[in-house]
Ligand binder design. Structure first.
Ligand SMILES: Cc1cc2nc3c(=O)[nH]c(=O)nc-3n(C[C@H](O)[C@H](O)[C@H](O)COP(=O)(O)O)c2cc1C
Length: 508
């Protein structure tokens, strides 16, 4: 038009050519998933991000920020993943006088930061193949809830950084195995990947897969913080040929994970099942994951451990604040113990029953920074897992459309068109960088408390403002049992639950 009709068309022609150029560039670059899926338009997001502080001020003032993860935390994770400086000018923007504000007690004499990343040995007396776990690992997220590329990126990141990647309950796929990252193979109530035709646990299949070199630990999932007490449903249209093969279910048919396991019905049977799984897994560490509900029930499990002389090698405590691909709002908002209460209950119960030395505790629930790791270690954990922070590292923008199959950045979708935007090489490097920088930050915090080992962290080092003029340490805020106390003389606040706990009955 510009050359034939009128020169007035030239500006429009230049604009069109420039837009086409930007579009071609966006489609061919491999760094930003959002630009590959939304060429040209994706730049609007980056532009808005560049004026984020002002926008944030606008939204916060209107109390509009109700998303699960604090924007600052998400942007810190992304900065670290991209290898950028994670330092801020000017000082904290938190209200340090607000109720609930928490901080660590630092030492006048900080120690030098250790050069080596600390590791936690997982493996009790019956384990013959202990695993040295990082302080931070990838929490359970199945292939199915995540795309193949997201699983590949997480696993490659884990391989680069030498930390563990939990498969989630959707089975052990070739995407978990391709890059050789250390795996925690999770088995849920659907026994995906090791199930019989009618949905029972298949011992032979389990033993065969657990023997794989990359499988370092096995985790039996009892429940999850975002939806304790319910299983899951994978609708038939999402059961593609590939997912069907990995899970060991018929293609195209809706799969239901029941709310509870078929293989055991009492705490004692659970503990016997753990012992059996460990034997079938050739002595690899076996543990379980739960969101704590009734303290009495957990004590019943401890009594079963004592009676049977069998302990899991680890227990992962998931907090009610944990994430999911999909859960009913009521379950996400109102069921299960938050991580602080769940973790302290499990730590105390194991201390009180004299079992703490044999079992490592993992903690998950909004762990995303070095401070989160140290806080959980001070409250009784030995290591932590992160799900959503790892999703941020592979490009999640918290669009919260995991359940619709329309994730705009290809992380939580089975739509191949969307998933192809996620570049595995680039995103695995991000996962690796995020992990290293976050563990390094935890090490720096630990050193600044004057502590040389993560295992020396104690509840008194963490303090919390309980009202405008009162601050209490966690040592004061909660009861802390001494080893064996429940067996000798339970404190009054534990007596009723301890007496009622029955190793032969789950009874809240
Ligand atoms: C997309 C997604 C999928 C998940 N899938 C599983 C799963 O298969 N098994 C499981 O035990 N937990 C699953 N979880 C829960 C996480 O493993 C984790 O326990 C919880 O999100 C808390 O961690 P976070 O706060 O770091 O996300 C999933 C979470 C997300 C976000």
């Amino acid at each position: 038009m510009a050359s034939t009709v009128s020169p007035w068309w030239w500006p429009a022609a230049v604009l069109c050519a420039a837009t086409a150029g930007v579009g071609i560039h966006d489609l061919s670059q491999r760094r930003h998933s959002i630009l590959r899926n939304y060429p040209v338009l994706g730049h609007v997001r980056f532009m808005l991000e560049s004026i984020r502080p002002e926008l944030q001020q606008y939204f916060i003032e209107r109390n509009y920020d109700g998303r699960p993860f604090d924007r600052d935390v998400r942007s810190l994770v992304c900065q670290r993943a991209k290898g950028g400086a994670a330092e801020l000018p000017f000082g904290t923007e938190r209200n340090v006088y607000a109720e609930g504000y928490e901080y660590f007690e630092t030492s006048i004499r900080p120690l030098p930061v250790g050069a080596k990343e600390p590791r936690v040995r997982v493996g009790g007396p019956d384990c013959t193949k202990p695993y040295d776990m990082s302080l931070l690992n990838v929490s359970a997220m199945s292939f199915g809830s995540l795309s193949a590329n997201a699983v590949l990126a997480l696993n490659r990141g884990a391989a680069l950084g030498g930390f563990a990647h939990d498969t989630g309950e959707g089975g052990l796929s070739e995407y978990h195995l391709r890059h050789g990252g250390d795996l925690v193979w999770e088995i849920g109530t659907g026994y995906f990947g090791c199930r019989t035709e009618n949905g029972d646990f298949d011992r032979a299949r389990f033993a065969e897969k657990a023997a794989h070199d990359h499988v370092k630990c096995v985790s039996l999932k009892l429940s999850q913080g975002a939806k304790p007490g319910i299983g899951g449903v994978l609708p038939g249209e999402k059961v593609t040929a590939e997912i069907a093969r990995v899970r060991g279910v018929p293609e195209g048919r809706t799969v239901v994970s029941p709310p509870f396991h078929q293989t055991f019905g009492t705490p004692r049977e659970l503990i016997r099942f753990i012992a059996e799984m460990r034997e079938l897994a050739g002595g690899k560490p076996v543990g379980f994951k739960l969101c704590v509900g009734s303290r009495r029930e957990f004590l019943a499990v401890c009594k079963a451990m004592i009676d049977e002389g069998v302990t899991p090698d680890f227990i992962i405590v998931d907090g009610a604040e944990g994430g999911t691909g999909a859960a009913p709002l009521e379950f996400a908002d109102h069921l299960g113990s938050p991580l602080t209460e769940g973790l302290i209950t499990v730590h105390n119960a194991l201390l009180g029953t004299g079992l703490r030395d044999r079992i490592r505790i993992g903690a998950s629930g909004k762990v995303a920074t070095g401070a989160d790791i140290v806080k959980r270690l001070a409250q009784g954990a030995d290591f932590t897992n992160a799900a959503r922070a790892m999703m941020f590292a592979v490009g999640c923008i918290q669009a919260q459309s995991c359940h619709t199959n329309a994730c705009p950045v290809g992380v939580a979708t089975q739509d191949p068109r969307r998933a192809r935007a996620l570049n595995v090489d680039d995103k695995s490097a991000r996962v690796h960088r995020f992990h290293s920088a976050t563990v390094r930050s935890a090490q720096q915090i630990i050193a600044s408390l004057g502590v040389s080992e993560p295992a020396e962290l104690r509840p008194h080092m963490l303090r919390r403002r309980v009202d405008p003029v009162t601050v209490r340490s966690y040592a004061e805020l909660y009861d802390w049992l001494v080893p064996g106390q429940l067996l000798i003389e339970p404190p009054e606040s534990w007596t009723a639950d301890w007496k009622a706990a029955d190793p032969d009955r789950f009874d809240a």
